[in-house]
Design a protein. Sequence first.
Length: 298
Amino acid sequence: MFLISTACWRRLGFFTCVFLLALSWTSFLSAQRGGGRTILSNPTAIDPVQGEERMASFRNQRLEGDFVFHFTLEQIPRRGQVRVFKGTMWGSWNDIGPITRIQIEPTDGAAANGKGGVEAILQNGLYSQAWVRSSSEGTFRQLQGAELFEPLFEGLHYRWFDLQMPFLYWDDFDYHGPARVNGRPAHRFMLYPPEALNLPESGFDRVQLALDSGYNALLRVDLLDVDQPIASLRVRRFREIRGQWIVREIDLVDERSRDRAQFSVHSAAVGLVLRASVFDPSESAPPPRLPHSLFENL
């Protein structure tokens, strides 16, 4: 029983994007396994109405049930030492939209702003919000304004804004024509921030994304400063878990320094039912630890 959300979510977080990427690729991978034809010819330009339909279809997807992932984030500089961070994410959907709880800490024991690991709850949807606490604190505090652009850890390029990725659901977008992306035919869209959103610390002012022409899967996201790429999100690997496809590996690349951060899932549990209190920032209790038997190693 696969449920497709009918809500038009306005915000989507990075980790929810991971699952959205997987869902949009499910039809592609299933077609290949079942002998379906891969569409490799150059795509034909579509009209604005078709573009809106494609975007709506891409956005209105979700996994079946709740999920828990164990993952690593590797900061891989072009020059210098690699840093590795480990974490766990718990994901669900509520009446507002997708919601995610994340715990992450450096494996080398280095502190994050002097406080060790960090934990966050990211509520996405029409009214997106974010709360964070260090591992030594008992209560969450809500992130405001410029705090969203602070890095999770020193030496890690991910910011809280990068985890939320609200640009995927900005209302102001237009179709930018067909192209080949990662060797596949695609349609490009340019998304612009709402007037009320001030992004002085972001380093970019618009976002371009590419959707696969044949399967409407997200192939790539580029953060742009006018026409200059600042950073890109590139999907690398997928994996099937109990009938559901998830993204196994994604690279976030700094297009100026060529440094990259690699997100990798190493074990996953899907089709779960998690308590709503897991995602309540007023609750100080730690998130649940599930038995190993529920996870599949990747």
